[in-house]
Design a protein around this ligand. Structure first.
Ligand code: NAP
Length: 390
């Protein structure tokens, strides 16, 4: 990173967990923020961010938030271009800058991912859903080096892969990717013991503080299933060479096993600012992003296999990942509907993955080569999941 010229960043989902942590990294390093986008649910925070970072444009997905946003901006003496609706968010995604960070949650992030890639921007991707549902479409658009992972596991895998050879990543010497999982708040429970789980219990993650959807996805382990598909798409490793191992302390963020029998792991305390900083500063490491592991203290880090009976979501994700085409979009869309129903008390915890499995079972996968094909499958899965959870 050229230390003289600030790198300009467009931040999508700036008011969320990833977005606010990204702004923390940005404020302490040589970056400037070109534009921001959010849903429109936290207008005051968005206006404060826009004023503090002096951005040129702000977009909100919900046009009804615009009058309040304009008032909040004016009150802070800020006068950026204000854009509205999904088109406004996509316009910000393609805004001139050095790097776009997509921290939008869910399938809604796909249009922004495509807009950023089409505009030729380097894309730091926290919004894993857009890669997973738009697999072939996103991969066709992304040029080598254009897509940088922000998910801690994939950031770890990328770092471990740097150890594959002195002249860069050499997949021929990779035996398997080992994706770690904290196991979520219900690790060790049997399926029967998951019956009475409430949204409050599922929102209480033991090691990570994140937005509500990914937190519930971590409790069902759907998030780990999505991450297995994400690893396959990012690193071109077949599903039977991607392992999941439960590591409750969340200190090892993933590992790569090489053909010679050695394994390289990436370790750091669970702090998303590290993978965010690594993507924003790529290829450089930024100074003092987070406190490192304290090696003067005793630590016990444990690893255990995943219980596929209590948590069938990872095996189901492998199945849809192998099917390819529209199958991952259906898995994700059905899950988003079910998570919403669970949060509203309309679906029991175990009903989330059971319903996703039913919708996936009914789906005949088609091609996912165009946005229409992906969105068509996404809409079908949402409608079917709504019927099943009504
Ligand atoms: N949080 C983590 O530690 C973490 C770790 C790894 C990966 N991720 C991934 O990062 C993404 C974001 O997660 P999160 O935990 O940061 O979620 P979050 O806290 O719920 O934040 C979501 C952000 O997206 C905005 N948003 C919602 N709908 C939008 C739309 N249609 N257009 C533009 N912006 C919209 C929200 O705005 P409002 O505030 O206006 O609603 C908010 O700024 C997810 O894909 C997640 O899987 C997160």
């Amino acid at each position: 990173m050229d230390s003289e010229t600030p790198r300009s960043v467009v931040l999508l989902g700036s008011t969320g967990s990833i977005g606010t942590q990204a702004l923390d990294v940005i404020a302490r390093n040589r970056f400037e923020v070109a534009a921001l986008a959010a849903g429109g649910g936290r207008v005051d925070l968005l206006a404060r961010q826009a004023a503090e970072f002096g951005v040129a444009a702000v977009a909100v997905a919900d046009p009804r938030a615009v009058p309040e946003l304009k008032r909040a901006l004016a009150a802070r003496g800020a006068d950026p271009v204000v854009l509205a609706g999904p088109e406004g968010v996509a316009e910000v995604a393609a805004w001139p800058c050095d790097i776009v960070l997509n921290g939008i949650t869910g399938a809604l992030g796909l249009t922004s991912t495509l807009a950023a890639l089409e505009a030729g921007r380097v894309l730091a991707l926290a919004n894993k859903e857009s890669l997973i549902i738009g697999g072939p479409l996103v991969k066709r658009l992304a040029k080598p080096g254009q897509l940088l992972p922000v998910d801690s596991e994939h950031s770890a895998l990328a770092q471990c892969l740097w150890a594959s050879g002195p002249s860069g990543t050499d997949l021929r010497v990779v035996r398997r990717l080992v994706v770690t999982a904290s196991g979520g708040p219900f690790r060790g429970r049997t399926r029967a013991e998951l019956e009475g789980v409430t949204p409050e219990m599922a929102l209480n993650h033991p090691t990570w503080s994140m937005g509500p959807v990914i937190t519930i996805n971590s409790a069902t382990l759907v998030n780990k299933g999505l991450e297995v598909i994400e690893a396959h798409l990012l690193f071109d490793i077949p599903f039977d060479r991607i392992e999941v191992v439960v590591h409750p302390q969340s200190m090892i963020h993933s590992m790569v096993e090489f053909v010679d029998g050695s394994t390289v792991a990436q370790a750091s305390p669970p702090d998303m600012r590290l993978p965010i900083a690594l993507a924003l500063g790529h290829p450089d490491r930024l100074p003092e992003v987070s406190a490192p592991v304290d090696w003067t203290r005793a630590h016990t880090w444990t690893f255990e296999p995943l219980d596929d009976r209590a948590f069938p979501s990872v095996a189901l994700a492998r199945y849809v990942g192998e099917q390819g085409g529209t199958a991952p979009a259906v898995y994700n869309a059905a899950n988003e509907v079910c998570v919403d129903a669970f949060q509203k008390g309309a679906l029991p915890f175990l009903g989330i993955v059971d319903t996703v499995a039913r919708v996936v079972g009914e789906h005949i996968p088609g091609q996912a080569e165009s946005l229409e094909e992906v969105l068509g499958a996404d809409e079908w899965a949402r409608a079917r999941a709504r019927e099943l959870t009504a």
